[in-house]
Design a protein around this ligand. Sequence first.
Ligand code: 9WO
Length: 240
Amino acid sequence: MAMLRIDVLTIFPEFFTEVFEFGIIRRAKLAGIVEINIHDIREFATDKHKMTDDRPFGGGDGMVMKPEPIFAAIQNILGTTDQAEYPEGTRVVLLSPQGRPLSQPLAQQLADETTRLVLICGRYEGVDERVNERLVTDEVSIGDYVLSGGEPAAIVIADAVIRLLPAALGSETSAENDSFSDGLLDCPHYTRPADFMGMKVPEVLLSGDHAEIAKWRRDKALEKTRSVRPDLLKGENGDM
Ligand code: 9WO
């Protein structure tokens, strides 16, 4: 049984046809570390026109996603629409700008604690509030901007979480070396040739002195973070 099962609810299932077929995510799927199922909300619409949206009460432009098809999908996927009966380790995440910002600690928490991750992708002007009230355990944002749908955000959160699953990262890399694992931005990276168009690789990286190389990399990561994201360096009480 996979360590993590991800179910995505969307009106555009084809959006996800290829996106999980590359790199670490593909390898994690093939290794049975993660199982990803895409569900077309329209298939859970009960009326004869398979309606997934309707006009907003109170007027206004656009349409709102109806609650019934999403409730029916959650019933089908989790066997219940009662949060108290959700399987152990279940998170039902609504992707929206109103959500808690995704961060490396949140991705790590989801990777460590979640066995079932359901991602609800909104479209139109939004999802009926009863979905948020009754079904959603977490609302998550990937940034302070509005997208045309929750689907791109679902891909981002799935990627950030899957790569942190134990054994998902092979020997070639490790999440511990992630810049964000120590709260800093990344250091510069170089590969051959050592001199490219007159731009030379820093001598220290050719020295073989691993202690000096580690110090150089940390100093560069600190320098980059200070210049681009000083907010990442502030402690709890706002000092450095
Ligand atoms: C639309 C919107 C517009 C202005 C201010 C806040 C807003 N929230 C939403 C919203 O939740 N829209 C629904 C989901 C329906 C339209 C597409 N949706 C969406 C999700 N747009 N952008 C996101 C999103 C998700 C995660 N992180 C950033 C943005």
